[in-house]
Design a protein around this ligand. Structure first.
Ligand code: CUA
Length: 347
């Protein structure tokens, strides 16, 4: 047990040091706060018992150690009061821990009042996350934007393998299972960006299936949502972006990606409820992360991703456009530059 306590303390200290703030002991939502309180409660009870038992043990070992000529110790077998005490006291302690655990589980299972303010579908793909806002007909990838304080109902869906959704500071792990839609709720307390990750082995790039939850003020969230609901302006004729759009529509990108949902149904017939091969790129330029959350959205990273996706993330559905992926011809440096300019212009 001493080893277990030490391991717990070590993991708490180590996770407190990790960057990016993915620390379950730094709770920033109502549910994760309840979970963190339960952790500390059990740790303190266990630590108290550990210290008490070890102290008595050490005292007895030293005080009553065998000495030359010492008599046979007094035997206590069959002492009824003692046996009642050492059965009853641990039972009471365990029942208290059980009661606190069950009440935490009930709290975490359902939001206050059993009602939520909005719904987001989080869809696990190999290996990136899509986020759909069914009430607003908005689809994005790699980052989920929510307003602070809102009770957000998150539907977890997959059509491939089992993933697991985890945002240490906001919500505990829940499996994302094909054919069995789980759900969870998040009520964030603090504005900020929180790292999430897939935490169930789901294939070669399981370790590169990150995302972030961007908690904004209600006003900032409304601004973001309104922007997402408007299709980006088509690039003006003769610009580099227009050349990039031409590359986009001729190089095979449209086989997996859409760029003007939700206003043009023709290119994006089923925005919500369906699972898409590649991320919807309608407002790609406004995103902070690309490639399933593993690269920041800069022109240099995007260029590298388009040219060498299979080197960045071997096994992903995205082919390399450097000529090494069968069926996809290499893009010229000029074509890649134009394509990057076009995609980054999709604000
Ligand atoms: Cu998805 Cu691991």
């Amino acid at each position: 047990m001493g080893g277990a306590v030490l391991a717990l303390i070590a993991s708490a200290v180590l996770s407190a040091c990790s960057d990016n703030g993915a620390n379950f002991l730094n709770p920033q939502s109502n549910a994760s706060n309840a979970e963190s309180n339960l952790f500390w409660f059990i740790l303190i009870v266990a630590a108290f018992i550990f210290v008490a038992v070890t102290s008595v043990l050490l005292y007895s070992v030293i005080r009553f150690r065998a000495r030359a000529g010492s008599p046979e110790p007094r035997q206590t077998a069959g002492n009824t009061p003692l046996e009642i005490i050492w059965t009853a006291v641990p039972s009471v302690i365990l029942f208290i821990i059980l009661a606190v655990t069950i009440s935490t589980m009930f709290y975490v299972a359902n939001p206050p009042g059993n009602t939520t303010d909005m719904t987001v579908n989080a869809i696990g793909n190999q290996w990136w996350w899509e986020f759909q806002y069914p009430d607003s007909k908005v689809v994005t990838a790699d980052e989920m934007v929510i307003p602070v304080g809102a009770r957000v109902h998150v539907n977890l869906m997959s059509n491939n393998v089992i993933h697991s959704f985890w945002v240490p500071e906001l919500v505990g792990k829940t499996d994302v299972i094909p054919g069995h839609n789980n759900s969870l709720w998040i009520q964030a307390r603090t504005i900020g960006i929180y790292r999430g990750e897939c935490t169930e082995f789901c294939g070669a790039q399981h370790a590169h299936m990150d995302f972030q939850v961007d908690v904004r003020s209600q006003a900032d969230y409304n601004t973001w949502l309104a922007g997402q609901q408007v299709a980006p302006t088509p690039p003006a004729a003769g610009t580099q972006e227009a050349a990039g759009y031409k590359v986009f529509t001729t190089a095979g990108c449209l086989g997996c990606h859409a760029v003007n949902c939700p206003t043009s149904v023709s290119q994006c017939p089923t925005v919500i409820g369906n699972i898409h091969i590649g991320p919807n790129l309608t407002h790609f330029g406004g995103r902070q992360l690309i490639a399933g959350g593993v690269l920041s959205n800069t022109p240099a990273n995007l260029t590298n991703w388009i040219l060498h996706a299979q080197d960045v993330k071997f096994g992903a559905d995205m082919p390399s456009f450097d000529g090494t992926s069968p069926g996809y011809s290499a893009l010229t440096p000029q074509q890649v530059d134009d394509l990057v300019a076009y995609l980054e212009s999709l604000q």
